[in-house]
Design a protein around this ligand. Structure first.
Ligand code: IPM
Ligand code: MG
Length: 357
């Protein structure tokens, strides 16, 4: 098969982790006889520096013409520390999600037996946690208008907007996933306060009737934040709006032991995008310490979701599991006294494992 992808490293640790995921992708293509046709594009702060636009038209064209997008991270301290910046790196990611119509962000939280002791939670709580968070990605507070500042600068506002259609398509997707899993959907909202959440609850209630085999649970987001650390294994498919999903998946990611492990797939109307859920971690850029596994696992999701190549994805997962079992881990997963591996060494170990397979 021809694997035609756009590769967008972005900022901070993005280039380092993408370099490893790309080497893994090459190794897998080589092993299974696929041709890899990839082109790199600019997004985020590096795109602002080069073109003034965090998601240049050229990058959008490249994404539209590709079968998948492999994405690193965006963000830069220069902008984080400057609240009055007119353009921001994150706007590149948001524009990309919107223009590609990527309304569903799939964030699978799974535990790895070899890392069970690395979780901040007790092993008996973590063991068996395995759920899919389906985060709505192109609506809510992130995109609602008006957004801005009053003329005197003393008032700021964001608007949370959802339409029935937006809620319907994401909730339906969640039920379809649940049918393939343990048949339970948790709808996370704040329906005791927010009008948008009440729309979510109403729509979800209607869709639930179409899936009588699936158990439906409605949960307020504050309660969900607590249940996630108290009883993570009680979730199967969680579906929620944009902002809640952003927050809960950072929390969910550390259940597994490190934020550097959680991949994601964003799917929708046009080309699907695969990215780690962690950010650009600018403080670590160039230090060869960032964990490349979330990005490598995102590449696994890319083979599976964008190309239907399940064996290829499975081999990447096997290699990742083997690396962790052998304690070939970046500092976030190392205990004192463990052999030190960097981003590049972990990536190289995984490539080697694939080549030898
Ligand atoms: C994520 C990130 C982004 C988000 C940022 C970088 C805009 O935190 O993908 O979770 O908030 O969606
Ligand atoms: Mg986030």
């Amino acid at each position: 098969m021809n694997i035609k992808i756009a590769v967008l490293p972005g900022d901070g640790i993005g280039p380092e982790i993408i370099a490893q995921a790309l080497e893994v992708t090459k190794a897998v293509c080589n092993k299974f006889g696929h041709t890899l046709d990839y082109k790199k594009g600019l997004v985020g702060a590096c795109a602002i520096d080069a073109t003034g636009n965090p998601y240049p038209e050229e990058t959008h064209e490249l994404c539209m013409q590709s079968d998948a997008v492999l994405f690193g991270a965006v963000g830069d301290l220069r902008f984080d520390n400057n609240p009055s910046a007119k353009v921001r790196p994150e706007q590149g990611l948001l524009a990309m999600r919107k223009k590609l119509g990527l309304y569903a962000n799939l964030r699978p939280v799974t535990t790895f037996e070899s890392l069970i002791d690395k979780s901040p939670l007790r092993p008996e709580i973590v063991r068996g946690a395995d759920f899919m968070c389906i985060r709505e990605l192109t609506g809510g507070l992130y995109f609602g208008r008006p957004q801005g500042r009053s003329e005197d600068g003393n008032t700021a506002y964001d608007t949370c907007v959802y339409t029935r259609e937006e809620v319907e398509r994401i909730v339906k997707l969640a039920y379809e996933y649940a049918m393939k899993r343990r048949k339970k959907v948790t709808v996370v909202d704040k329906a005791n306060v927010l009008a948008t959440s009440r729309l979510w609850r109403e729509v979800a209630g209607e869709i639930a009737k179409q899936y009588p085999e699936v158990e439906t649970e409605f949960m307020f987001v504050d309660n969900a934040a607590m249940r996630l650390i108290q009883w993570p294994s009680s979730f199967d498919v969680m579906v929620t709006e944009n902002m809640f999903g952003d927050i809960l998946t950072d929390e969910g990611s550390v259940i597994t032991g490190s934020m550097g492990l959680l991949p994601s797939a964003s799917i929708g109307v046009h080309t699907s995008l695969f990215e780690p859920i962690h950010g650009s971690w600018p403080q670590a850029a160039g230090k060869n310490i960032a964990n490349p596994l979330a990005t490598i696992l995102s590449a696994a999701m890319m083979f599976e979701y964008a190309f239907g190549l399940l064996e290829e994805g499975a081999l990447i997962r096997e290699a990742v599991n083997a690396s962790m079992a052998q304690n070939v881990c970046t500092p976030d997963l190392q205990s004192d006294g463990d052999t030190k591996y960097g981003t590049a060494e972990v990536g190289a170990w995984i490539v080697d494992y694939i080549n030898k397979k």
